[in-house]
Write a protein of this length. Structure first.
Length: 236
């Protein structure tokens, strides 16, 4: 059995105690350390070598966003799951753009938090298609101007097939769903996803989804689908 090394970061000692009690009781979880502020995290990660960091967003000296950015810049960085009291606020979006692999609400049932940590440790982001769509909608106000232009320039590094896969990831589709939609094997999808991550210098699928949204690729897809439906109705 593979044991997941977990670091807890929250400025509330009661929250940390509750998480430690809950997570430490699992056979495959080892709590390797706790921190009360983001400013403590980088040094603690260097000493303890966690696989996953469960990170509060709002902390007094250094928030979870800044701490996540610092961690994701490290070689062999641990995965980060952010803790929040909101489904989709601006800070959650910024943490995901910084490289967090997903988020969980603080009132999430213990079994689901455990499942989230296990999924992230296995390389899967903790965002369902429904939550991904919610985040995309929440981010709509920030896609104009410089961000849109920058995202389009970055997306330009992809070939046509990689671009199709990026759009599918942006739709919240799993590898199996992408394979079925684009008529390729799951292994080929995984290869394309890996290439997209490497070409765009991204950490995970969540960042692919956000970049595809920023570049307007999902809007273009919706417009093509609407045009196709209109043409189909006109031909009846």
């Amino acid at each position: 059995m593979t044991v997941i090394r977990l670091l807890l970061v929250d400025d509330d000692p009661l929250v940390r105690a509750g998480l430690s009690f809950m997570m430490g009781g699992a056979d495959d979880i080892e709590i390797v350390g706790e921190a009360a502020d983001g400013s403590e995290v980088e040094a603690l990660v260097g000493r303890t070598g966690p696989d996953v960091v469960l990170m509060d967003i709002r902390m007094p000296t250094m928030d979870g966003l800044a701490a996540t950015e610092r961690l994701r810049a490290l070689k062999n960085a641990p995965q980060v799951v952010v803790l929040t009291t909101f489904h989709a606020d601006d800070q959650v979006l910024r943490a995901l753009r910084a490289g967090a692999a997903g988020f969980v609400l603080k009132d999430t049932p213990p079994a689901e938090i455990l499942a989230a940590v296990r999924r992230v440790a296995a390389g899967d982001p903790v965002l369902s298609p429904a939550v991904t769509r919610q985040l995309m909608a929440h981010a709509a106000g920030g896609t104009a101007g410089t961000r849109r232009a920058g995202a389009r320039e970055r997306i330009g590094a992809l070939n046509d097939r990689e671009r199709e896969v990026a759009v599918a990831v942006g739709q919240g589709l799993s590898n199996a769903e992408i394979a079925a939609a684009l008529f390729m094997s799951v292994a080929t999808v995984k290869t394309h996803v890996s290439r997209v991550l490497a070409k765009l210098d991204l950490n995970n699928r969540v960042q692919i989804a956000l970049l595809a949204y920023d570049a307007g690729l999902l809007e273009e897809l919706e417009e093509r689908e609407e045009d196709g439906q209109a043409d189909s109705r006109a031909g009846l």
